[in-house]
Design a protein around this ligand. Structure first.
Ligand code: FES
Ligand code: MG
Length: 568
């Protein structure tokens, strides 16, 4: 253990005896702040975590991380994941910290913390802040994010006005906490628990619940023991653990953003994960959690139904959980979930009586990209009927591309009658990837033109090199890699080209012949905005594609650096 040697820490309640005690110093990586409202509960929870750390014999040291908030960070919060990662690595490596509590909540706070913990490789435990309470509006459940996408369609149809739109939005966020839907936040906290990095049940406890404070205390206690046991991320994060995560993400109807984040965490942990693992290990699994956006309920019901441990029980029951994976409890995941079966079968279905069969993510490939992903659990019956049920051609459709260069272009032109958009179109957006945006934006879930929505067409197929919000219920083809900005196929696509999507074969191709593609590659590249900050420039220089996790590629080689003593 590192000895505390700086007398000025005594100003913060550390005694002279403790300075020489050899007791472990436990960092609390504080992600909550006024700029990170989804994680702000941690500012209060840290008191409980500190009590747990002290009661177990550790010395708590709380410090801030770079703020991350999805909703008002421009041009996109995706820039912050790698920046918070970088900052946290420097803190955990450069300061005398023996083990760390990673406070998580809003989408990217979870992967950034876990990525940094792997790079440094000191004992680390994840403490979720928990989701908000369920949102209610006029007797109807309204979930964060999802309510926005659904209400926008109602607004376009003329069913509600802007005032009502705002009331629905505010009602969806009734308390402290992160998104109460199974968006990226709840998905990534569930992933942390499935990977074995949280105490069992931690992910889903709503932020204001009594149990949330209790688990903050227990997390504080446990990390002290982990420091003595030297239970580091490298002992927990195995390929088997990551495959368990893919399975769990599938059956909870988790966020499409889990794909780049899981890949990023795996690569920083030195674990081999392949884009095809999503199809191979997840696609055939059913949807079990009836939680928005793929289902009906929200975080409180999910927690009361048993949360992540109950989901893991179902995976074990279905014979698809590797129960031997080690976790922060010092026990295996199989041992952790004994007696934690679902308590509400309306919300968490049994493995053999699911909400949907084959509800996983499908990895697609073709002449427009090497890799893209589709979340099939949100394909509505209406969409399936219109596009995927042509007799003899089930799962196959062809559509005329309408191509937009970024979201401004989409907003300016989507209602332009000259585009002649009908139900046989696929909306395509490019310039939305890590380099093009920069950072990769949640813009692919484009809404059809108002006129189409008024005719009852709520979804068109969409495709893009950006991402979409995990709270979205759009059946989009996302994260196309390589992106147009680095010469990916979307760069040569023209409006009017026909795209053929075959979900059975996992392919997506523009029906354009090779000679014509070669000719178009000589045309000027689509427009790309310049960098506005030093970090944007650095990010563009060092960050890879969504297929590979959009990590700082040069950072991957740094792993287990805590073993390397700082110079001074
Ligand atoms: Fe922060 Fe959803 S916007 S959790
Ligand atoms: Mg998001």
């Amino acid at each position: 253990m590192t000895a505390l040697y700086l007398e000025r820490f005594m100003n913060y309640g550390i005694t002279a005896a403790e300075l020489r005690s050899g007791r472990p110093i436990i960092g609390i990586a504080q992600t909550g702040s006024d700029l990170s409202p989804c994680n702000r509960i941690h500012v209060d929870l840290a008191r409980r975590t500190r009590e747990g750390i002290r009661d177990a014999g550790g010395i708590p040291m709380e410090f801030p991380t770079h703020p991350i908030f999805e909703n008002c960070r421009r041009p996109t919060a995706a820039l912050d994941r790698n920046l918070a990662y970088l900052g946290l690595v420097e803190i955990l490596y450069g300061y005398p910290i023996d083990a760390v509590v990673l406070t998580t909540g809003c989408d990217k706070t979870t992967p950034s913390g876990i990525m940094a913990a792997s790079t440094v490789d000191i004992p680390a435990i994840v403490l979720s802040g928990g989701p908000m309470l369920d949102g209610w509006h006029e007797g109807e459940l309204v979930g964060s994010g999802t309510v926005i996408w659904r209400s926008r369609r109602k607004l376009a149809k003329g069913e509600i006005d802007e005032e009502e739109f705002l009331r629905r939005a505010t009602d969806s966020a009734p308390s402290a906490g992160h998104c109460n839907t199974m968006g990226t936040a709840s998905t990534m906290n569930a992933v942390a628990e499935v990977l074995g990095l949280s105490l069992p049940g931690c992910a889903a406890i709503p932020a204001p619940y009594r149990e949330r404070g209790q688990i903050a205390y227990e997390t504080g206690r446990r990390i002290v023991d982990m420091a003595y046991e030297d239970l580091r991320p490298s002992k927990i994060l195995t390929r088997a653990a990551f495959l368990n995560a893919i399975r769990a993400i599938t059956v909870i109807g988790g966020s499409s953003n889990a794909q780049p984040h899981l890949m990023a965490m795996a690569r920083h942990a030195g674990v081999e994960l392949h884009p095809s693992d999503w199809t191979e290990h997840g696609y055939d699994l059913p949807l079990l959690a009836d939680v928005q956006p793929a289902g009906r309920f929200l975080g409180e019901r999910f927690h009361r139904a048993g949360g992540v441990p109950a989901i893991l029980c179902e995976l074990a029951e279905g014979g698809v959980l590797d129960t031997e994976c080690l976790t922060v409890t010092g026990k295996t995941i199989g041992e952790n979930i004994v007696g934690r079966e679902a308590r509400d079968r309306e919300v968490i279905r049994a493995f053999d009586t699911p909400l949907k069969e084959k509800a996983g993510f499908l990895a697609l490939t073709g002449n427009l990209f090497d890799f893209a992903i589709m979340k099939t659990s949100v394909i509505s019956d209406e969409f399936r009927q219109r596009y995927l049920s042509h007799p003899g051609k089930e799962g196959i459709f062809e559509a005329r591309a309408i191509v937009f260069d970024g979201s401004d272009d989409y907003h300016h032109r989507i209602n332009d009658p000259a585009l002649n958009i009908d139900e046989n179109c696929v909306l395509v957006i490019r310039g939305a990837g890590p380099i093009g945006w920069p950072g990769s934006a949640e813009v692919v879930n484009m809404q059809p033109p108002d006129a189409l929505i008024q005719r009852g067409i709520a979804w068109l197929p969409t495709l893009g090199d950006g991402r979409q919000s995990g709270t979205s219920d759009s059946p989009s083809i996302l994260n196309a890699s390589p992106e147009s900005a680095v010469g990916g196929g979307l760069a040569w696509l023209h409006t009017g080209d026909v795209i053929r999507i075959d979900l059975n074969a996992g392919t997506c191709n523009a029906l354009v012949d090779d000679a014509e593609i070669a000719r178009r590659k000589g045309e000027p590249a689509p427009p790309m905005p310049e960098s506005h900050t030093p970090w944007e420039e650095l990010y563009r220089e060092k960050t890879g594609q969504l297929e590979d996790g959009a990590v700082l590629e040069m950072a991957i080689k740094y792993r287990g650096i805590s073993a390397k003593t700082p110079r001074h």
